[in-house]
Ligand binder design. Structure first.
Ligand SMILES: [Zn+2]
Length: 169
């Protein structure tokens, strides 16, 4: 199976990430809207998956650690270095004022950029490692052509209800 890794597709994924939308279909949001956020958990945690296409946002536990450690902290560090360089180069500030002028914007940036760092990571992951089903004897995990009668999986018998107490012989 050939995977499309064209720059145009990368641009589409990055645009969807910038809009905090599902990277696969681009129509549904990754997070609950900001005006419905009631806690930090609401702010940081993406939805389970896309309500439209079913794309799972978090593949496994700890999936977004790299997005925080690499993307979020990386961009925040670059911002901090630029701010420090500008303030140190053009102003003579006391050290505590300098620290406050650098750390406060960096912390705020990190907080507000957390969602985008996760969406950027998800878009990159979809681009380089899409969720394609593997081919194989079962046709890539396709549902069976002839589902068993009653909806139970093949080889499984329907469970009979228990007899009420007092009917034992
Ligand atoms: Zn989707």
């Amino acid at each position: 199976m050939t995977k499309d890794r064209s720059p145009a597709l990368a641009g589409i994924y990055l645009l969807r990430a910038a809009q905090l939308r599902c990277p696969a279909c681009g129509t549904k949001p990754m997070f609950i809207p900001w005006h419905k956020v009631r806690s930090l958990h609401d702010w940081f945690t993406p939805l389970d998956g896309c309500p439209r296409c079913g794309y799972a946002y978090e593949r496994e536990a700890g999936y977004f650690l790299i997005s925080i450690w690499a993307i979020n902290y990386g961009f925040a560090s670059i911002l901090g270095l630029i701010l420090y360089g500008l303030l140190e180069g053009f102003f003579e500030l006391p050290v505590w004022t300098l620290m406050a002028c650098v750390l406060l914007p960096v912390l705020l940036f990190s907080l507000f950029f957390a969602r985008h760092s996760k969406s950027l990571f998800l878009a990159c992951d979809l681009f380089f490692d899409p969720h394609d089903k593997e081919g194989g004897e079962d046709g890539g995990n396709k549902p069976p052509a002839n589902p068993p009668v009653g909806g139970s999986p093949a080889g499984h018998q329907p469970v009979k209800p228990c007899e009420p107490a007092g009917t034992l012989r």
